[in-house]
Design a protein around this ligand. Structure first.
Ligand code: F6P
Length: 474
């Protein structure tokens, strides 16, 4: 039996299966996985995640009780749940990614969506089943009075379900996303909104990345549940139970990141990029191709910058790395197409025989991203809304001279805002001006800000972030 358990939708590894049935394992992606992977190999910590693909299901079926580590994979203690594909699809794509993600990132095109009918009721049932499968697995694996750390919007119902099964456990939930204000959160059907809030309140400790998202959650509990909320003491009391609310601003492990970014594969990518762009100044962005990342407005801002500043033509290149994400959802496929269209328009309008103003890369390439960080003069991070945004924190660790242009709607703004050039993500003219200001910033100021940014970005590395939440359950 285990004394510390973690549960998340995506796990530390994923598998692909070739036509002849051979499984290949690779590291899982995204902020949650990067945060947790570094801290999870400790003895006694079991990670429970879902099988996301046919490759994952193939691997689970060959592993005793879904324990991949016991099937010989070097994953740390890991149990992967083989949830029926149709249930998983409705829970992950329809509810978690198309509903809860949209609500908390304020992404709906309100005149047309959301629309909650009988189809959604079936999807919601699947979300319940999927959360129930996690609760059951956790109840099976947890030792007496074990501490359980449930992650993110995929698993909002699991804490309350688990508490009903195992009242002896100490349970935490952590949200890696923003939280919506009550007037937007209440777009959800009333009973669904209630279930989500009460699900998280099943935990003893509910963690958020910033005070702003914690405050929004507490506002929702008060407005929608009539819960008793202490904003200063950060507690929510509902139906006789009190949940403590914590703010844990996940940062980066500066040393590990720096070492990884100085390995030979990164050095060779740097040489290749330098060869491609010459000695031109570089504006870099690195994102999943995700609606909330605001890539199209970022490109439009770059276009406005080029229009306003012809003196930079031929002297600057925008490296935009936009890696594939959630391609099962039509909105994401359409968004990727818009990004590509917009990039092509900029190329057509400004490109010359010896100057490529924009290089868009849509293939996942980690060493190349690390190389781009190291070469950046400006790092553009302009999300519509973001839980934290680890790119904004990785950049200052790796870029010896980059200035950060940062959206005020990113969670990272709470810690980095004072040392970055802040922008309203909808104001592309303002963003274009910030890009120019960043490029012409005097060397001394650029270095001073970078040092402050690096200190803030590494203040709470994953190990400490995790330990603080475990301590909160002690
Ligand atoms: O921001 C929340 C989060 O879980 C991140 O950890 C991660 O970047 C992203 O969402 C993962 O999305 P997905 O697992 O759907 O690719």
């Amino acid at each position: 039996m285990n004394s510390v358990l973690v549960a998340s939708n995506r796990g530390p590894v994923s598998f692909t299966v070739s036509d002849d049935g051979v499984l290949t394992m690779k590291r899982g992606g995204g902020g949650l996985v990067s945060g947790l992977s570094g801290v999870m190999k400790d003895d006694g910590v079991l990670w429970i995640c879902a099988a996301l693909s046919d490759g994952d299901r193939g691997a689970v079926r060959q592993a005793p009780g879904g324990r991949l580590d016991q099937a010989g994979y070097d994953t740390g203690a890991l149990r992967m749940l083989d949830i029926p594909p149709a249930t998983f699809h409705r829970a992950y794509n329809a509810v978690a990614n198309s509903t809860l993600w949209f609500v908390n990132h304020l992404l709906y095109d309100i005149p047309n969506a959301p629309l909650f009918g009988t189809k959604f009721q079936r999807e919601w049932e699947s979300y319940r089943d999927y959360n129930g499968a996690f609760a059951l697995a956790l109840a099976e694996e947890a030792g007496h009075e074990a501490r359980v750390m449930v992650q993110d919007y995929h698993l909002t119902l699991t804490p309350a379900m688990l508490r009903a099964e195992r009242p002896d456990l100490r349970i935490a939930h952590f949200s890696h996303t923003p939280w919506a204000p009550p007037e937007y959160f209440s777009l959800l059907p009333d009973e669904v909104a209630r279930e989500v809030l009460e699900g998280i309140l099943g935990a003893d400790h509910a963690g958020f990345l910033t005070g702003r998202w914690a405050g929004a959650f507490m506002d929702c509990c008060r407005a929608l549940l009539g819960a008793e909320v202490d904003l200063t003491g950060r507690t929510v009391t509902h139906e006789g139970r009190t949940t403590h609310i914590g703010v844990h601003g996940l940062g980066v492990d500066g040393v590990a990141l720096w070492e990884r970014a100085h390995e030979p594969d990164v050095e060779s990518n740097m040489a290749a990029l330098r060869e491609q762009v010459g000695d031109r100044r570089l504006i870099v962005r690195i994102d999943r191709t995700e609606l909330s990342k605001n890539i199209v407005r970022g490109l439009v801002a770059y276009r406005e910058f080029l229009l306003a500043h012809p003196e930079w033509h031929g002297r600057v290149v925008h490296l935009a790395f936009a890696y594939p994400s959630r391609h099962d959802l039509p909105q994401y496929r359409e968004y990727t197409a818009s990004v590509q269209r917009c990039a092509q328009e900029i190329e057509d309008e400004f490109g010359t025989e010896d100057w490529e103003p924009l290089i868009l890369n849509v293939n996942d390439d980690y060493p190349r991203s690390l190389a781009a960080y190291r070469l950046a003069d400006v790092l553009l991070v302009n999300p519509i809304r973001d839980g934290m945004n680890l790119v904004a924190k990785e950049g200052p660790v790796l870029s010896p001279r980059a200035t950060l242009v940062l959206s005020r709607e990113a969670g990272a703004a709470a810690e980095l805002g004072a040392h970055a050039l802040m922008v309203n993500p909808y104001d592309v003219t303002g963003t274009a001006i910030a890009l120019h200001d960043a490029l012409v910033m005097p060397e001394e100021e650029r270095m001073r800000r970078r040092e402050l940014l690096e200190a803030a970005a590494t203040a709470l590395p994953p190990q400490k972030w995790f330990a603080a939440q475990l301590d909160a359950l002690a």
